[in-house]
Design a binder for this molecule. Structure first.
Ligand SMILES: CCCCCc1ccc(-c2ccc(S(=O)(=O)CCO)cc2)cc1/C=C\c1ccccn1
Length: 240
């Protein structure tokens, strides 16, 4: 693809995020704390503060039957579906379509009492990392969202507090080929999802409020999003 102005930053952040996402949450001693479980979904966080602000990294691992990593990343990346699954979204603007797999978004999220309303500007990049180079390597589809600046939307100029985030949705598709050589159906596929996020809430917000928001909103978000993809794809041919 023709390289654009953000290309080198995107390439570096994507490589770093893929490596980070592929690190397991290890033994309990590694500081990751399981805080939510639902069926195959496990959600972990680390309690970290920067300048007295909560910036708890989050890592979720989920296994969803009947969908592929390409489908998960397609519905996570594409702006036209976002209002269907992102419940805390108040306003989303595509500031720039940089290439067919890279966009610049401005989002305002609904105010969560007692904190003030937040907005965020981030580039979003969809990438397929095929496993052809190393035979047994995993075939990965990923979307990385990473905060950036935009000259027309300076931080904290309006009513919203600007937040900063890095998010990685990393997917690996598993196929159990049917014994009788029949064509692969949705019963023969599943997707292992690793969702990582680090959000700096910008201006001050009470640690208890932030941790309560994350504890409530992240499990809801991942369950709702994956159910959305399942529902959108169930009658469509498989997008590998
Ligand atoms: C006081 C409240 C401060 C936090 C507000 C907030 C900040 C960031 C974000 C957020 C979360 C996920 C993304 S994404 O994964 O890139 C997908 C595209 O939308 C982008 C933004 C949301 C929310 C507000 C609520 C909230 C918190 C978690 C999970 C879900 N909602």
């Amino acid at each position: 693809a023709s390289h654009h102005r953000l290309w080198s930053e995107i390439d570096n952040v994507v490589k770093q995020q893929v490596a980070w996402a592929r690190l397991g949450v290890g033994e309990s001693g590694t500081g990751w704390q399981l805080f939510a479980e639902d069926g195959e979904m496990r959600m972990y966080r680390r309690e970290e503060e920067v300048d007295g602000m909560v910036v708890d990294p989050l890592k979720a691992v989920h296994i969803v039957k009947g969908i592929t990593g390409h489908e998960v990343c397609h519905y996570f990346f594409s702006p036209q579906y976002r209002y269907d699954w992102e419940t805390t979204l108040e306003q989303m603007t595509v500031l720039e379509t940089i290439s067919e797999d890279t966009c610049l978004f401005l989002q305002t999220h609904k105010r969560i009492w007692p904190a003030s309303q937040r907005d965020v500007i981030f580039w979003s990049h969809l990438r397929h990392l095929p496993n052809d180079q190393d035979r047994d390597g995993p075939d990965i589809w990923t979307v990385v969202n990473h905060s950036t600046e935009h000259k027309d939307y300076p931080a904290n100029a309006g009513k919203c507090v600007r937040i900063y985030l890095t998010v990685c949705m990393l997917c690996q598709t598993r196929v159990n080929p049917p014994k009788d050589g029949a064509p692969i159906s949705r019963d023969d596929i599943s997707c292992k999802i690793t969702y990582c996020s680090v959000v700096n809430p910008g201006g001050w917000a009470p640690a208890s409020v932030l941790r309560a928001v994350y504890k409530r909103e992240y499990p809801k978000f991942l369950k709702r999003f994956t159910a959305y993809v399942t529902n959108q794809t169930k009658d469509k041919s498989i997008m590998f």
